[in-house]
Design a protein around this ligand. Structure first.
Ligand code: DAT
Ligand code: MG
Length: 148
């Protein structure tokens, strides 16, 4: 089954949005496979965002990610990468639809509360980076009520 990496950024943690965000993925029917609160080092944040290292906002982005603890998660389910991105909403909260996490809880692109992998391949890389110890193996007892 497909997995994605989701991170609640330091603003989401500081603003007390952890429960609300987990709730949205849980209620959708996705399965939580990994979860930890963690402060990350600069080099680790740079590795996570390596693809953006040439962007003018890269340094600010890294400063933001290391400014406080984040909540790193792995969620599993059918099409969870694409659907997870829809639950999260557009990168710039000015464009994120109401009902999405960024649409409901963020105003600025540099404080957009949450990260979600953008493709199955990047999800695989990000899960390996953030959860080198591996994730839990379990199946929800609700599985047959969510999948036909
Ligand atoms: P996303 O987080 O939606 O996958 P991304 O991977 O393009 O977006 O960029 C990673 C983060 O970098 C994004 O969540 C916020 C920040 N960012 C992106 N574009 C930006 C810009 N033009 N100005 C400032 N920050 C930006
Ligand atoms: Mg991205």
């Amino acid at each position: 089954m497909e997995q994605t990496f989701v991170m609640i950024k330091p603003d989401g943690v500081q603003r007390g949005l952890v429960g609300e965000i987990i709730c949205r993925f849980e209620k959708k029917g996705f399965t939580l496979k990994g979860l930890k609160l963690q402060s990350v080092e600069r080099a680790f944040a740079e590795k996570h965002y390596a693809d953006l290292s040439s962007k003018p906002f890269f340094n600010g982005l890294v400063e933001y990610i290391i400014s406080g603890p984040v909540v790193a998660m792995v969620w599993e389910g059918k099409n969870v990468v694409t659907t997870g991105r829809k639950i999260i909403g557009a990168t710039n909260p000015s464009d994120s639809a109401p009902g999405t996490i960024r649409g409901d809880f963020a105003v600025e692109i540099g404080r957009n509360v949450i990260h979600g992998s953008d493709a199955v391949e990047s999800a695989r890389k990000e899960i390996a980076l953030w959860f080198p110890e591996g994730v839990a193996e379990w199946q929800s007892s609700l599985h047959s009520w969510i999948y036909e």
